[in-house]
Design a binder for this molecule. Structure first.
Ligand SMILES: NCc1[nH]cc(CCC(=O)O)c1CC(=O)O
Length: 328
């Protein structure tokens, strides 16, 4: 039995590092010392291109997949929502962590710099700008899903692209003349930056697997698969698996405007799905539930339901470069 520490591959952003350290703690508690290996991905290097234009698939994961396959690292820790639904040959998800807050939140120009002073009382998710459909505001996001859902609700907003790690994005918002930007609550909370949240966007559906971490391992590496098992939360694994099945069946990449959120309520799994054009038109939204024991194909069935309701046209239009229905 060797005593070499396990090698955990991670991106070098502070969120990625926090997540890799979280996994390292659990491994250590279970008798597996481990060290972090920092690896830059295309998504870290190329910061001047909007995410949906970067070819989507695996911009935050490919360099870590390659390091796993070549044996340079033993496991890789990711935000699960950044992992393409099509797994590279030879790799698999070995564990899915319990979820942080899954919601998307609004960081206003004021809360990006000031924080707590402008924070609203919890339970009050009222917008930080005039809640008037005529209001012509500006919101920043590089996610088609967030932009589409936002414009479906606030069609008079203009949209700005925003890239970079969490601190960079907070700084950009603070220095901007925008109303604010949309962030994942999970990232801000993990880093103790929740005081920058102005309000929770409680009507927005998160990305499939948002708020969960996933540990990637080599499919054949029994030793590492055993080591990472204590990180796994079976309920989160079930729910995020269903959400990712929706995206996979719709054949949307990680930049597809697909929201999906599954949660366990008693004996049932309850799933919410929506799809929308990035210009805010053509919103399709519905819910389905199924007994836990029979929920194995809930994600696929929900995707079929979405296709029947018109998501087939959306997927075709986006693949052919049309961002709104009928636009040629
Ligand atoms: N796409 C980048 C990304 N990937 C995971 C998170 C946050 C953590 C999570 O959602 O699990 C973020 C930042 C964001 O969306 O604001």
């Amino acid at each position: 039995m060797t005593t070499e520490p396990l090698r955990i591959g991670t991106r070098d952003s502070i969120l990625a590092t926090w997540q890799a350290r979280y996994v390292r703690e659990i491994l250590l508690e279970n008798g597996w010392p481990a060290e972090l290996h920092y690896i830059k991905t295309e998504g870290d290097r190329v910061l001047d291109t909007p995410l949906p234009l970067m070819g989507g698939k695996g911009v935050f994961t490919k360099a870590l997949d390659d390091a796993l396959l070549s044996g340079g690292i033993d496991l890789a820790v990711h935000s699960f929502k950044d992992i393409p639904t099509r797994m590279p040959d030879g790799l698999k998800v070995g564990a899915v962590s319990r979820r942080e807050d899954v919601s998307d939140v609004f960081v206003s120009r004021e809360s990006a710099s000031g924080g707590a002073a402008c924070r609203q009382k919890s339970g009050n998710n009222r917008p930080s700008f005039p809640d008037d459909p005529e209001y012509r505001g500006v919101v920043a996001s590089s996610s088609n899903r967030r932009i589409g859902q936002w414009l479906a609700r606030y069609p008079n907003f203009r949209v700005r692209d925003i890239r970079g790690n969490i601190q960079t994005r907070l700084r950009k918002v603070a220095e901007s003349d925008w109303d604010g930007a949309i962030f994942a609550a999970a990232g801000l909370k993990r880093l103790g930056l929740q005081h920058h949240i102005a309000w929770k966007i409680d009507w927005m559906l998160p990305a499939p697997a948002q708020g969960a971490m996933a540990v990637m391992v080599r499919s054949e590496d029994e030793r590492i698969k055993d080591a990472v098992l204590p990180v796994d939360d079976p309920d989160t694994s079930l729910c995020t698996g269903i959400e990712r099945d929706v995206l996979h069946t719709l054949e949307g990449g990680c930049s597809a405007p697909v929201g999906a959120f599954a949660e366990i309520r008693g004996r049932k799994v309850h799933l919410k799905v929506n799809t929308v054009y990035p210009d805010g038109s053509g919103l399709i939204a519905f819910e389905m539930s199924e007994d836990r024991e029979k929920a194995g194909d809930l994600g696929r069935r929900a995707a079929d339901e979405a296709l029947g309701r018109g998501a087939d046209t959306l997927i075709r239009d986006l693949r052919e470069g049309r961002n709104s229905p009928g636009a040629l």
